[in-house]
Design a protein around this ligand. Structure first.
Ligand code: SF4
Length: 340
């Protein structure tokens, strides 16, 4: 991800907190009373993909626990430096799906906009950890031609704001983009994919709620929560205004070895999400990005885990277990044989 430059940081408190995030692995480990766990390879790994963790997300971790599931998602590891066959820098072939101006087309009716390369937290398994944002960014200087592209393609009914994390944009920039999007008559829905509220709930501020409330396009917010320990009281409270105004709240998680690869954790996640007013949407098999092979769970084990969830959860709380295959016309449900 592209680090947020301090020059773009405004005075809003969530932006001050972004500026105050941990950006050195040794500082996070010291905060967690785990300084003795620091290894030189962690610093090497964080040179190839930057280290970034908000203090709020760190506050949800258990001090003194090197196996904390939230810590494992953000801690650079020597394993990231290994080159594993089948793991590439562009696992979903995003670059091939790029149609210019930061617009990606993969599935019928939907257009995904890479609105920013910045994130509040750098997840070590991120499938865009090697993505070249500067060349594939829907930056304001490209909005004019981007909006023309969208206007000219009447097959697009839904726009997905992605990144990076689209909520790392300030409200004025986000509002200006959404204002333009809603003027395109054939657009019917707006979707925002974001992990930012999880790691910094204050981002769900009044200004954002107003933007979505004033938008003619029905909106959904797809959160990225992998573990029940990420559902904080602060997050639940911050989601409340959006729930009240009818924003559809969904979650997509990634199945990660050593983090959430048990039926018990996944069942708890689904139940806690519902309590927070969020429906489990997808449980993704890891995208095979270089540097993240140590997080992979075999398809067979993932399927068994999902079947165990199915026996314990009502259908509306069971996320779809899927894998994204480049070039496929939709995400594919596991086991993959059922798609043949
Ligand atoms: S998974 Fe999402 S929040 Fe995490 S680094 Fe990637 S884009 Fe950013």
């Amino acid at each position: 991800m592209i680090p947020l430059s301090t020059s773009t940081l405004k005075t809003e408190s969530w932006q001050r907190q972004l500026a105050d995030a941990f950006n050195r692995v040794e500082d996070l480990l010291a905060y967690l009373e785990l300084s003795d766990r620091l290894e030189p390879s962690m610093k090497v790994a964080s040179r190839s993909f930057g280290f970034r963790v908000t203090r709020f997300f760190a506050s949800l971790m258990e001090k003194g626990n090197p196996d904390d599931p939230l810590l494992r998602q953000v801690l650079p590891m020597a394993a990231e430096l290994e080159d594993t066959p089948g793991f590439s820098t562009d696992p979903l072939e995003d670059q091939a799906a790029h149609q210019g101006n930061g617009l990606l087309r993969k599935y019928h009716g939907r257009a995904l906009l890479i609105t920013t390369g910045a994130c509040a937290i750098n997840c070590r398994y991120c499938f865009r950890r090697h993505f070249s944002y500067t060349e594939h960014l829907a930056s304001p200087t490209r909005w004019h031609s981007l909006l023309r592209q969208l206007r000219n393609d009447v097959d697009i009914s839904e726009v997905i704001l992605s990144g990076g994390d689209p909520l790392s944009l300030g409200n004025s920039r986000l509002g200006a983009l959404i204002e333009q999007l809603q003027l395109i008559p054939h657009l019917k829905r707006l979707r925002i994919h974001s992990r930012l509220p999880v790691v910094l709930p204050q981002r769900l501020d009044h200004g954002l709620a107003e933007i979505l409330d004033g938008c003619r396009l029905p909106a959904s917010l797809v959160l990225h929560i992998n573990h029940p320990g990420e559902i904080s009281t602060e997050l639940v409270q911050a989601l409340m205004p959006l729930r009240r105004q009818g924003v559809i709240l969904l979650n997509q998680a990634v199945l990660l070895r050593g983090v959430n690869d048990s039926a018990e954790i996944q069942i708890r996640l689904a139940e806690d999400l519902f309590q927070a007013g969020v429906l489990p949407y997808y449980l993704h098999q890891l995208d095979r990005v270089r540097g993240a092979a140590h997080f992979a769970v075999e398809d067979e084990r993932a399927t068994t885990l999902h079947q165990a969830m199915q026996t314990r959860l009502p259908g509306y709380l069971l996320p779809r277990l899927v894998r994204e295959i480049p070039g496929a016309r939709s995400k594919l449900a596991l086991p993959l044989s059922q798609n043949e």
